[in-house]
Design a protein around this ligand. Sequence first.
Ligand code: ADQ
Length: 415
Amino acid sequence: MATGQKKIFGIVLAGGEGKRLMPLTADRAKPAVPFAGQYRLIDFAISNLVNSGLQQIVALTQYKSHSLDRHMSQTWRLPAMLGSYVSSVPAQQRRGKHWFSGSADAIFQSLNLIHDEKPDIVVVVGADHVYRMDFSQMIEEHIASGRGATVAAIRQPKSMSTSFGVIDVDPEDPTRIREFLEKPETCEGLPDSPNEILASMGNYVFDADKLVEAVTRDAADETSKHDMGGDIIPAFVRDGDCGVYDFINNDVPGSTPRDRDYWRDVGTIDSFFDAHMDLIQTMPIFNLYNERWPIMSQALNSPPAKFVRDARGSTGTMIDSIISLGSVISGSHVERSVLGPWTQVHSGALVVDSITFDRVSIEPGAQVRRAILDKNVIVREGASIGIDPEHDRARGFTVTASGITVVPKNGIVEA
Ligand code: ADQ
């Protein structure tokens, strides 16, 4: 891509473990966790980069990356004829016998990719957020600023400062970051809104040569944790060379007034659940139907979903919900739920306020409420899940503080 004739390269950091999403990340990397039925989390970051016009994009993977690498190779194919690609690059120990020790080390160990492409600008993004963003607008601001690095930022509640990089801007020049604290225990609120902070979205734009220099210097520093948010961005800030891009100014084609500023870190089970519930209203808080900025994913070769009467003539009904291809709702009722591909809901079953991944089977008369059912889960005939959190905990299932029960991949819920 050329913004003002600049060559732009995209790096998606996709090697994180996602411990707080356990057990959904027991067997897959966090960016490979399914979202909204047919997507994987990484599809949001890559769709945003592709829609922004980037044509060379790599995803750096490491932790349990098999299903992520397979998803990437099956899903993301840009026209090679134009020199375009999206590829998944697993950790390769090119710099000695150790895996990526942090997100900055992931870039350091992958510098060969930057040397090969010789870009002017590198866009580095996380892989586990649900949002729409036009990066070309941020890149333009970055180039105009003349600074080496720019961090995308959004207002968040001050109580969440321990989850984010917290940005303090220069009052004389609000486009420059004066101080950057990575996940501080305490911090000041914003002058015009004391209960809010300006949080880093974990998305950065760099001048390529400055990024190469920064991660190379960082690699030689034995006191560093080799983390983009903890080490690299603070180093740019110390040099007075770091700008901020306010996400509120990002104007994505086709956005609705409701979802214009939508950005969710889905790093915990509760936030993951809540982001699904943002999809299912008539006027959703996050709109998946924006054709001018499509969120793309694998084209499933599956039959359409169907809703049918069971043998006794009871109808299969579903309301305020999303259903994926291959699913069958037979003589049962589904409400305020998001069902993944090939979900079967059998006669007399009830599914409310829940999420299923692919190939879940809910057998006759079973009841599912406030639950997340991972791939291949079976809820046996007459069984219930998510109705009594204490009972679910006693059966060994993960139950969050807000009462969401998670059944892990291949789990069976017995009656
Ligand atoms: P976190 O998301 O907590 O904070 P981190 O765990 O480093 O930071 O994850 C950032 C991205 O890097 C994720 O996409 C993750 O998958 C990836 N990643 C992590 N370790 C990696 C490794 N060893 N190799 C490759 N990829 C790796 C970050 C910033 C904060 C910011 C929040 C916004 O550090 O400043 O506020 O994102 O959510």
